[in-house]
Design a protein around this ligand. Structure first.
Ligand SMILES: [Fe+2]
Ligand SMILES: [Fe+2]
Length: 156
């Protein structure tokens, strides 16, 4: 079994994913479940292929699957809160120390939209923003995203 498929079968991953689902049951804004994580994974992988960036698929998918896992407890500090469970899950799924460092660095920085696309942090940050369907959102009137940051067309 490839390593990112071990993640979706990991007990802690599933416990936290279920907590996020419960917390966001009545959320009108974008949610952070497995659909969002996979949107980010696939867009990030397309970005890597299109731009000939040397990052392995199982690193990209691991970062995407875990980037919002801290939302099980908090929205405002979720990047920092994602790191400890991500380290445990990644280690249990066979990721090495250097890979875990690269992935958790991307998790910590994913809130900012990167100017360039070179690193795992860049592609996860860019894919996270591109994954949202602002043009089809019924909560856009109340959303905090600046008008110029919103996705008004399909890009990926
Ligand atoms: Fe996030
Ligand atoms: Fe996200």
């Amino acid at each position: 079994m490839c390593r990112y498929n071990k993640i979706i079968k990991n007990a802690l991953f599933n416990e936290l994913t279920e907590k996020i689902k419960q917390r966001e049951r009545d959320r009108v804004f974008c949610r952070h479940g497995i659909e969002h994580s996979l949107d980010v994974a696939r867009i990030a992988y397309i970005l890597v292929l299109e731009n000939n960036i040397d990052i392995k698929k199982d690193i990209i998918y691991a970062a995407a699957l875990l980037h919002d896992i801290g939302r099980a407890d908090s929205d405002s500090t979720h990047r920092q809160d994602s790191v400890a469970p991500a380290e445990k899950i990644l280690s249990a799924c066979g990721y090495g120390i250097a890979e875990i460092y690269e992935i958790t660095s991307a998790i910590l920085s994913h809130g900012c939209a990167p100017a360039e696309l070179n690193t795992l942090s860049d592609v996860i940050g860019r894919a996270d923003k591109l994954s949202r369907l602002c043009f089809d959102c019924s909560a856009r009137g109340e959303c905090y995203w600046q008008e110029e940051s919103r996705n008004k067309d399909i890009t990926y």
